[in-house]
Design a protein around this ligand. Sequence first.
Ligand SMILES: Nc1ncnc2c1ncn2[C@@H]1O[C@H](COP(=O)(O)OP(=O)(O)OP(=O)(O)O)[C@@H](O)[C@H]1O
Length: 330
Amino acid sequence: MDDRFAIELEAVTKRYQGGVTAVDGLDLRVREGEVLGFLGPNGAGKTTTMRMLVGLVRPSSGHIRVLGQPPGTPGQLARVGALIESPAFYPHLSGRDNLRLAARYAGMPDSAADRVLSEVGLSDRAGSPYRTYSLGMKQRLGVATALLKEPILLILDEPTNGLDPAGVSEMRELLRSLGQRGHTVLLSSHVLAEVEQVCDRIAVINRGRLVAEGTPDELRGALGTGMLLIDAEPVDRAVACLREHDLVRAVEAVDGRLHVTADPALAAELNRRLVTAGIDVRELRPLRHSLEEAFLELTATHRSDAADADREQKIAEPTDGPEVTTGASR
Ligand SMILES: Nc1ncnc2c1ncn2[C@@H]1O[C@H](COP(=O)(O)OP(=O)(O)OP(=O)(O)O)[C@@H](O)[C@H]1O
């Protein structure tokens, strides 16, 4: 295992009593200083993974290192801030008093409470009783608690859960600023849009397994549709020219542009062919899924066993390409 990674999981499995396999042979690495979105539908195993990272749950098998140590050691916990499940606050105490109590538990001075209240943008309401806080403010107070120890690693489980759009937007700003200040952040969500905008990379988990990993752009790229999009003029001559090519399987005009079923590696050759035939090519590129489509495809729950077997095999294969692993079978 490697020091450049704040978090490393190798072949980690968690089987709960009663037989549920919540995490199933998970390999995951979070680099120092990155904000990694841990994305998966409900029940995918995100919370279980995070609980294992802070030593709340023991893995059934596999290896975990957090900041170079096994999970849950005192030295490591002092440097990790975690928000996993809602922390308990006293409803009648103010946000500031709740945080001061938490600071004392953590062996920090009262001034730490004011520092983190300012960091999460709650200074104005710090004196109000917790019970008067909106859900968004409660979530921010939770993040403030995680920040008390000046952690270098933050593990946040669905911090935007239940928030209205304004609350989500505020939380997103907060998470972005944490990333910019050099924290390593592992952030779980089941909503793609929430991680897409704040995370450097995204790891997609489904049924306890990693099904894809990469930057948002890499994920989009890895889930190409096996089609090219071509905008060429005149369209009818472009269609005829493309259909003559042995390796072009289909050409379809959609909204004035052509969807060409062919290996994207043929792009340059098809471009040359069109231009040589005197056809103007305005645009020629691989046709991508939207990231939302990619995510839905990766986490579709009703897959055939055959597709599952195919996915497992692909994940097991070493790759030399860009740093994206994907289970998408196309
Ligand atoms: N303590 C437990 N005992 C038994 N099964 C559990 C326990 N905790 C979680 N599970 C099961 O493990 C699976 C993964 O749950 P987990 O909470 O880790 O997923 P999640 O991705 O965090 O989901 P969500 O987004 O709904 O919180 C689910 O099937 C869940 O029912």
